[in-house]
Ligand binder design. Sequence first.
Ligand SMILES: Nc1nc2c(ncn2[C@@H]2O[C@H](COP(=O)(O)OP(=O)(O)O)[C@@H](O)[C@H]2O)c(=O)[nH]1
Ligand SMILES: [Mg+2]
Length: 297
Amino acid sequence: MATLEKQPAIIAVMGATGVGKSSFINTVANHKLLVGHALDSCTKEIQEVRLTWGKERTPVVLVDTPGFGDSSMSDTEVLRLIAKYLATSHKKGTKLTGIIFMHRISDSKVEGNTRRNFNMFRQLCGTNNLRQVVIVTTWWDRVEKADAERREQQLRNDKSLFKLMLDSNAQLRRHEIRHDGGIGSAKAILDCLLHLNTMDLSIQTQLVKEKRSLPVTDAGSVINHDLIREARRCLDSLAAVQEELDKTKDVANRQALEEERKELLEEKKAIRKQIKTLSKGLNERFLLWRILSAMGF
Ligand SMILES: Nc1nc2c(ncn2[C@@H]2O[C@H](COP(=O)(O)OP(=O)(O)O)[C@@H](O)[C@H]2O)c(=O)[nH]1
Ligand SMILES: [Mg+2]
């Protein structure tokens, strides 16, 4: 009699660049994913690492993802990559069992970028099945325990960070590498996800079932807002530089201002490129373009 092969539990690992996603997967899988320096991601694509777990030899796939706020890829490119992977696997019927979001507890201040990252993650997940989401704090070895615990409490209670997800049954766990290289905490994190059913993330439902295009998914709209804000800031700066240039006769000053203008024009080009990537394949009259052209961008 043919034995039915057990479907693997698929767990996606997300979070900003440098939090320790690839290192975590390497610890669990005894694998050799490339590990980066703090701000430089080594994960420029989605990578699946297969393993069998525990006495029951449960098949598991850990999915390493590039982080938002990366030095070499725009958030738009990162979202496009992740969305494509999630939509394709959803169409193939290979659903996620869990999702891990990593956050570095050693960051003394939660920067705007981290908030954006987490907001994007929340929009990707939606509000269902949050029991299958584990928020994992890393880098405990680099902070005084009392400080780290205080920060953990702040993160727990902050409505624009972890509070809403934790209130809806997401879990918060620590990954500590100091004593055993992280084996013990990694095991506890995986164990709490592996017995769960599969789940649909909000972005999968929106892309596959509702057939929305990426820019009009909840996660895509976070990037839309950012791009509009950046476009406005860029235009305002360009106008200010132009005003200065119109007033200034001094050659050295003019040179500096011309330099600044050149940089801003480069920035404008980069923003336009991001918008193009995000709205690839969409009709040109797409709302984002309309808003930007109304702004004179
Ligand atoms: N001290 C410390 N370093 C860590 C920890 N986790 C990862 N790192 C280091 O942080 C850097 C980035 O790790 P990596 O796994 O590539 O992060 P990723 O971008 O999230 O995949 C590497 O140098 C790791 O060795 C941790 O818990 N503590
Ligand atoms: Mg990585």
